[in-house]
Design a binder for this molecule. Structure first.
Ligand SMILES: [Fe+2]
Ligand SMILES: [Fe+2]
Length: 244
């Protein structure tokens, strides 16, 4: 929907509009032509993005890391335990999406905006992989995903407004905390659950690269108080998403 609305406002006079019209995909009321996005339009676009990001479905660009690894988890209690961990990781990826979207929306330099958008795309892979693993474990994502998205988008936007260097530093610190968190989950997974391990191990590699890239682009790590606040918010999300 977001894309359609943008095209709606940017393709006026474009011959492609005619083919859209002829195909019956969309009819443009005369009174709404040649106008720019109003605050209501922008809100609808943001809500559309929120729903798509929070609810999915998400399609990974890269292969599923566990594709050729045999399933070993069959005991229902073990499945529930692993699903709780993967639900937290899935919710964490929803937050990552939202943080990057929020920061991309308010980034000042084009290079920074592009790098945020690129990272958000890689986070889609993580989302899709976590969602698939949850399905394999007969479990669902967190019911609070839309709330995680909205809250993280707001935090990302504020980080973006504070300037690109701070925003990049915020990414570096976030990714550092995510890597530490993923490593605790790797330690908690059953040794023989190679499928979940393959997913989390690839995520650790990607998150480390996101953090390094942010520092290489000139990111300045946030002060200690903000780092502690970030850890607190992450703890709250982790404790809640594991069950809901
Ligand atoms: Fe991620
Ligand atoms: Fe990341």
């Amino acid at each position: 929907m977001a894309i359609e609305i943008c095209q709606f406002h940017t393709n006026q006079g474009d011959p492609r509009r005619t083919s859209d019209h002829n195909s019956g995909m969309q009819t443009t009321p005369l009174a709404t032509r040649n106008r720019t996005l109003t605050p209501v339009d922008s809100t609808i676009v943001a809500l559309d993005r929120l729903l798509k990001s929070a609810v999915g479905p998400h399609v990974a660009a890269r292969p599923y890391p566990a594709e050729h690894i045999p399933e070993t988890v069959r005991d229902p209690a073990t499945k529930r335990k692993i699903a709780g961990l993967m639900r937290v990781n899935h919710a964490g990826e929803i937050c990552a999406q939202a943080l990057y979207h929020g920061q991309a929306a308010t980034a000042r330099l084009t290079g920074v905006r592009d790098s945020m958008t690129h990272a958000a795309q890689e986070e889609v892979d993580h989302l899709a992989w976590c969602a698939r693993r949850l399905q394999e474990l007969d479990a669902r994502p967190s019911l609070l995903d839309p709330i995680w998205y909205a809250g993280s988008f707001a935090i990302g936007s504020i980080a973006g407004v504070s300037g690109d260097q701070h925003s990049l530093g915020f990414v570096a610190e976030t990714e550092k905390q995510v890597v530490a968190h993923l490593q605790t989950h790797l330690a908690q997974l059953p040794q023989d659950d190679a499928r979940s391990r393959a997913v989390l191990e690839q995520m650790v590699k990607d998150e480390s690269q996101h953090g390094e890239a942010a520092l290489n682009q000139g990111g300045e790590l946030p002060p200690g108080a903000i780092r502690r606040a970030m850890k607190l918010v992450a703890k709250l999300m982790t404790a809640t998403a594991q069950h809901f």
